[in-house]
Design a protein. Structure first.
Length: 227
């Protein structure tokens, strides 16, 4: 039976290897004519509440990547750029659509970037794979966040989004099912990014806490907080 979390609630995790599914719907009465590009990211923090290096921010532009066909091998972004250290817009789009971001230890595998929400209809919009057994010892917590891409340019915020949730589930579980589920019911009408939940070490194990912390800025505000 699923544990349904309320904001601020924490509970011990009974699983070490699982998926994280994040979902949301854009309100039909929203005032934006642009596609909503919501991105999931994971900030892997040491005890000082900061990432130890840029590689431990797992997000759509991470340089460490894995192909969906082989999640156990990190593929350099240079494979898409013919060995160069930078990439064109077309190459960047190929990287984001053909691979998934990952940390150096293959403990957190991010989602393929869905720029307009078309990948999913009624299920999870973006997903992550987590293996807590692989998390390096000095990583004390993992913050799972969602931000709106180009929110200022498109005049978008989470007030135009509804039925947002995060769920932790084992392979094979259906949409809307999970061992731990947190439905965000708060009003984030002035926010462009939200900290959904955090996974953290406690008493030689891991716990999950439902956060629901909104920020007026987008990904850049989260980066300023954790980097």
């Amino acid at each position: 039976m699923a544990i349904r979390l309320e904001k601020g609630q924490n509970t011990r995790l009974g699983i070490d290897i699982f998926h994280i599914g994040l979902g949301w719907d854009v309100r039909e009465d929203n005032s934006s004519n642009e596609d909503f590009d919501l991105d999931v990211s994971a900030f892997m923090l040491t005890i000082n509440k900061k990432i130890p290096s840029d590689e431990y921010l797992v997000f759509y532009n991470s340089e460490n990547r894995v192909r969906p066909s082989n999640l156990s091998k990190i593929v350099s972004y240079k494979e898409w750029t013919n060995g160069r250290d930078n990439w064109t817009d077309d190459e960047n789009e190929a990287i984001r659509h053909e691979s998934r971001p990952v940390d150096p230890d293959l403990s957190v595998i991010g989602s393929i970037d869905d720029e307009d929400g078309s990948t999913s209809e009624d299920g999870d919009d973006e997903t992550m794979d987590i293996n807590l057994d692989r998390v390096r010892k000095d990583i004390n917590e993992i913050i799972i966040c969602v931000s709106i891409h180009k929110y200022a340019e498109r005049r978008q915020n989470f007030g135009q989004v509804e039925r947002a949730y995060v769920r932790l589930y084992k392979p094979g579980q259906a949409d809307s099912e999970g061992d731990y589920i947190y439905d965000l019911t708060e009003d984030f009408s002035t926010c462009a990014s939200v900290e959904f939940c955090r996974l953290y070490r406690k008493d030689n194990g891991w716990k999950i806490q439902a956060l629901g912390i909104g920020h007026k800025g987008g990904l850049e505000e989260l980066v300023n907080k954790f980097v």
